[in-house]
Write a protein that binds this ligand. Structure first.
Ligand code: SF4
Length: 391
């Protein structure tokens, strides 16, 4: 398991900048937008597709494959736990390369909207599972095994029909809550990053368009990727984009392949002006020497650079790091320096989840002290940033 990675990451600089605003093409410009740019291909250069036959034959599957004429296609019985992909221990050493070059297409069979009540009122069925970025703490690979490329679900019409029915059945929201004062909030990106999915297909665009027509509901997704193509999707206030933030020194070590934190912050006003509600996820909060100083700097930076119109509507979630023993083992195979930050047994406790996995989180008192300190820092440096919830 703990063999050396094929492409070891630089000692303390895992985050690779994908693009700068200067050389990103204008959305919808020549070549079809950012998703056709060289910068986008550095994140996703699909050469191999594992696909269910039904997904390949669907309209969305055909659209996706039309953009990938040279990809080698392997037909699979199901998109979940493909033995040669997720079950191949040797793939750990190729963790990020597989994310770049491999795509899975499947049909989402069980369409369920689950209650949440923290970040969102509801967790809607996602249109993807897996991610081309490679945050070392990401919970999505916990049950995946030895690889976690994007799986795109192609039955988008059925997914949207399910969510429309669910939202209409709720009727108007009668009481404000921490999720939103007026709208029922649906998280649409629980197991992936919608901004990155939009480099491959229109699932994100279709979700955003669907919520435009639902006056009592609002879509919400967290992202670590600035995709300028999303600025053209006209959400009309019915989609909340949550840019995830952490101090740049943590992000450089942990947020592999994401847009740099400063770019996420710099994009906030553009997204607001394009019709999104823009919130922030302060997450995950990783405790290590100097964390308070670096969070203070980040919050002061937010205060310095964000225009008033962004601050006026902003809110934030705070999420303390949780980790997982199996993911710890996998990470040691491709990015052991991340584990120096994430795996802190003296400050953490373990809890066995319902599916038997051993999850790891900060001890209760450690977490409570840290949350109190972070709240103080917010009061000092960014008092305009309302906390929707801290977890
Ligand atoms: S952006 Fe989100 S889904 Fe993608 S690797 Fe990071 S935490 Fe996971």
């Amino acid at each position: 398991m703990n063999r050396p990675p094929e492409n070891p990451l630089p000692a303390d600089d895992g985050q690779q900048a994908l693009f700068g605003w200067d050389d990103a093409p204008a959305p919808g410009g020549a070549g079809g937008g950012f998703r056709d740019s060289a910068q986008a291909r550095r994140l996703l250069d699909i050469r191999s597709v594992y696909a269910e036959r039904e997904a390949l034959d669907s309209p969305r599957g055909r659209q996706i494959m039309a953009r990938l004429p040279d990809a080698e296609v392997t037909e699979v019985a199901g998109h979940w736990r493909i033995p040669s992909l997720h079950g191949n221990e040797g793939n750990v050493a190729r963790w990020t390369r597989i994310k770049t070059e491999t795509l899975v297409l499947g049909v989402k069979r069980h369409l369920v909207t689950r209650p949440n009540g923290r970040s969102a009122d509801w967790i809607a069925p996602g249109v993807s599972n897996g991610c081309a970025m490679a945050c070392a703490y990401c919970y999505v690979p916990r049950r995946k095994g030895y690889a976690n490329p994007i799986t795109l679900f192609t039955n988008i019409e059925a997914i949207l029909a399910h969510v429309r029915r669910h939202a209409r059945a709720q009727g108007p929201k009668s009481e404000p809550n921490q999720c939103d004062p007026h709208a029922w909030v649906y998280d649409i990106g629980e197991n992936g990053d919608c901004s990155v999915d939009a480099l491959l297909c229109d699932n994100t665009a279709d979700y955003i368009a669907a919520f435009r027509q639902l006056p009592t509901a609002k879509a919400s997704f967290a992202t670590k990727f600035v995709n300028p193509d999303l600025l053209d999707l006209d959400p009309r206030g019915r989609t909340r984009i949550r840019f995830s933030l952490m101090p740049p020194p943590d992000a450089r070590r942990l947020d592999i392949r994401t847009s740099p934190v400063a770019e996420r912050i710099a994009a906030a006003a553009d997204f607001l002006d394009a019709g999104y509600e823009v919130h922030f996820n302060l997450s995950p909060v990783v405790l290590r020497p100097g964390w308070q100083r670096d969070w203070a700097e980040l919050l002061a930076h937010l205060d310095d650079v964000l225009p008033t119109r962004v601050k006026r509507q902003a809110a934030a979630e705070i999420i303390m790091l949780t980790h997982n023993q199996q993911l710890h083992e996998v990470n040691l195979g491709w990015h052991p320096r991340a584990e120096e930050l994430l795996w802190q047994p003296e400050a953490q406790e373990t809890k066995r989840s319902e599916n038997g996995a051993l999850n790891v989180r900060y001890r209760v008192q450690v977490k409570q002290r840290a949350l109190a300190r972070l709240t103080d820092l917010l009061t000092t440096h960014a008092p305009w940033l309302r906390i929707r919830y801290a977890f």
